[in-house]
Ligand binder design. Sequence first.
Ligand code: PXP
Length: 238
Amino acid sequence: MSLMLGVNVDHVATLRQARGENFPDPVMAARLCARAGADLVVCHLRHDRRHIQDSDVLRLKKESGLPVHLEMACTEEMLRIALKIRPDSVCLVPEAPGEKTTQGGLDLSGRNAARIKAAVTRLKKAGIEVSIFADADPDSLRACKKVGADIVELCTKAYAEAPTRKLQDAELEKLSIAAVMLREMDLRIHAGHGIDYNNVGPIARMSGMECLNIGFSIIAKGVFEGLGSAVSEMKGLM
Ligand code: PXP
């Protein structure tokens, strides 16, 4: 099994929305990602629609040439959209108003579990694979199995943001133990959040890892890799 890369194109849409234009287009970005070897296109349709729009999800499905992995909150509104557009897979994530980005794994405790289980059942019935964004703690991982998820996306935020090498190693250890647990429970393993060019290695080498979902670092690097030629082209036209 070769490790897959899901590229999150949210921040292409962030730039478009900042200017209120119809470019840069996340669908064009996804096609470029496909040509460069990406295996999935990932997007997060947020309640506030601050970057990806409903029409982007539909166009990504029809025109990107990649399987679409939709990140979304577990709300009735998002479930209806997913059931209508039918992305290839959905990742259920927590979403808090005003947050800059997702803050951690989904809370599957108490009453939440029944609500999430019902959503997972509806999505799977429609032929959509379901992933749950989860912290690397045993209770959350067991709850993912109980609610019927196909995949668990391990949250790598704490690993990526660890301020010292020692703390990063400790977070890596937690993720490795979580991966062992997921394999034992026969759940597929993804990981994401804050993965960049410096910290990807140990996560990529983790046994059983199926897919890494990466957005910000790739889009940020893409801006700088392309800026030189964009300036040269403009200077040439002048
Ligand atoms: N996976 C999930 C579930 C996310 O919420 C995000 C952020 O949208 C990512 C992966 C990608 O994180 P980043 O943009 O930091 O690479």
